[in-house]
Design a protein. Sequence first.
Length: 268
Amino acid sequence: MTTPRTALLQSSGRPGDVGHNLRLIDEAAERAAAAGARLLTVPELFLTGYAVGGRIGELAEPADGPSAAAVARTATRHGVAVCYGYPERAGDHVYNSAQVIGAGGERLLNYRKTHLFGKFEQRWFTPGDTPVAQVELPELAGLRVGVMICYDVEFPENVRAHALAGTDLLLVPTAQMHPFQFVAESLVPVRAFENQLYVAYVNRTGPEGNLEFIGRSCLAGPDGIARARAGHHPELVVADLDPAFLAESRRANPYLADRKPALYTAIG
């Protein structure tokens, strides 16, 4: 069996220019496919940019809108599933969302960020109410893939819910900024270890408005080690996933089996 391989695009694209950012996804998907990857993940709000203020509402699209159709064409053209961040328009609400499009162009999963960070997100977005969103990807040897967004991964209960639901690979499109580099470098590998899963943490990078995104995207393994790690500049990172290693790691580190939920009832 071919080792499943995934790609992480670390980039901030061109804020406010959806067409340009769709072209960047297409270019990255082509490069990912050439490197043998079958899944590409891009950062939080990649289609529109993060620090675009009130333009979020103007640029927001429905989950089945024109950008979804464009990403579907990209996925089909290159035979690569794509997870991308975008502002989702649903009636009177706008959500900070991430969608997975399969390699055949089908819409597989749409997740709405549940934990909104800071005044900007709390002003412009409605929080989602579904903590665990998953899909099994045949492109990745049937691994069960889950999605959350940036700040969500900083809540241990959130990731544990994915682990208990059987997530093998957790995709985390991110807009992590200075001075929170320790999240990418330390917290994310710990989350992977304590929950015995892979975590793909895919960040923006460079200045945007008055923010400085720190990059440092990674694929962290269930042993708490980053299998691949980006620097501080735009970069396409490609890394392998090892289902056999994941299974063995879970046997050796039985955190989930050794839990005592009756002791945790005070956690609200």
